[in-house]
Structure formats: structure tokens, C-alpha cells
Design a protein around this ligand. Sequence first.
Ligand code: ADP
Ligand code: ADP
Length: 237
Amino acid sequence: MAMISMRDVVKEYPSAKRGGDPIRAVDGVSLDINPGDIFGVIGYSGAGKSTLVRLINALEPSTSGVIEVDGTDITQLSESRLQKVRTDIGMIFQQFNLFNSRNVAANVAFPLNVANYPKENRAARVKELLDFVGLADKARAYPDQLSGGQKQRVGIARALSTSPKILLADESTSALDPQTTSDVLDLLERVNRELGVTIVVITHEMDVIKRIASHVAVMEKGKVVEQGEVFDIFSKP
Ligand code: ADP
Ligand code: ADP
């Protein structure tokens, strides 16, 4: 069974003009992402990649179609059941989205607090996560004392805190230089291999997909125009 399965998914936004046609940000997308996969979604700006991510995370309702996450159709769920599904999904972002007024440990602990993770175990969990991403010595540092790559490692630790099955990485290396990008991609591979987390990498950079993804969907104007194994798709003339 697929970890994420989409069938004929459409997402329309109302037109900015009164009486104008709606904007089809996602236009009939079907795809399957297998458990344990690193799946890339590539496309130019405006192709609909971020919208797709927000649909998988149920941050926005779809207009039509079926979206299954780990076997559950999330398009039909109540808000309280959706919150449960969201604990299975971690997210990391281009601009890291850390709380700048809180130190690294507090950032990583944040989802644990929200999820009512047992209070007495939170400190140990944060330490374990910071060890995993190689930032044990930065627990008391603040985000603006960190490099971009370190910030993204904090983002990854935070996203993994509640042990999600899926990690959505939305342009997560686009603000980083090549060496730092490479380090972050190495870490994502470890997350996949050692923790068994299914990873969806959204990017406009082909090199990122070639480097870590095994499967890829190519998006243009809201549609998936190609989908398959990275090797097959990118070796076509
Ligand atoms: P990408 O992530 O590939 O750059 P997006 O999903 O952000 O693409 O955008 C796809 C299309 O949907 C674009 O035309 C964009 O302008 C439009 N869009 C995205 N979000 C909204 C929104 N909240 N309201 C209206 N239009 C939107
Ligand atoms: P390499 O020889 O470079 O280690 P692999 O044959 O291990 O390559 O991996 C092939 C592709 O599968 C790569 O894109 C890699 O990122 C991805 N991959 C590696 N390990 C796993 C895993 N445990 N689960 C899913 N995909 C993986």
C-alpha cells in the first residue's frame, strides 16, 4: 500500500478578479509514493508544488479527488482526526521557520509540547534528536547564532520530534550553498535509511532530485507531466 496516494486531485483558488475564472493550482494529479521512498516533486515556480504539499498535509482542503495518507482518505476527515494525521507528517521549509526568540532546544521541543508528549521524557527526546542531527552542543544557542545549514538541521530535528512516518521537504535546500546543501541531503538520506521515514522532496533543482530521490513527479501548470524512477526520467534524451 502506498504511503501517500493521490487520485485526480484538483485544487482551485478563487480568482483575484471578481467573476474571473478560478485558478487551478493543482489540476487532476494522480500519484503514488511508496513507504520508505525518497520521492521528488520538481517543477518551475508556480507549477503547483507548494499547493500539493499543503494538500498532503491537509493544511488546505482539496476541491475534488482522493488523497490517502497511510491508508486514510484525508479529504473526508474531521478537524480533530486531521490533527492526528498531521502528527504523522513532519515539514521542513526553505526559510527554516524557526522561532527566533527561542533557543534550539525549545524549537525542537515545540511539537512535543503541542502533542502532549510526556513532560518527563521531553528533555531526553530533544537530546536524542540533537545528537542525531549533530547539534548536541547548540541546545542553548539561538537561531540567529547558527549558520543556514545548522538552522535547517534544527528544522529537521523539530520535524522528526514526534516520530512522523512522512517528512515533507519544501525547497529545504534552496537557501543554502552547495556544500551545505550536500550536508543537508546527506542528513535526509540518514533520516530515510536509519529511521525509515518516507521523504517527499519539493524542489525546482534537478541536482537535488538526482542526488537523493529514487522516484520523481515532474509538475507543469498544476499537472504531473511525467512520473517514474529518477534514472529513467532523467536519462531520456
Ligand atoms: P509552486 O510551489 O510550484 O511555485 P504554488 O503551488 O505556490 O506553485 O502555486 C501554483 C499556482 O497557484 C500559482 O499560479 C499561484 O499563483 C496559485 N496560488 C497558490 N496559492 C494561492 C492562494 N492561496 N490563492 C490564490 N492562488 C494561489
Ligand atoms: P548509492 O549507491 O548511491 O548508495 P543506492 O543504490 O543506495 O545508491 O540508492 C539508490 C537511490 O535510492 C538513491 O537515490 C538513494 O537516495 C535512494 N535510497 C537509498 N537508500 C534508500 C532507502 N533506504 N530507502 C529509499 N530510498 C533509498
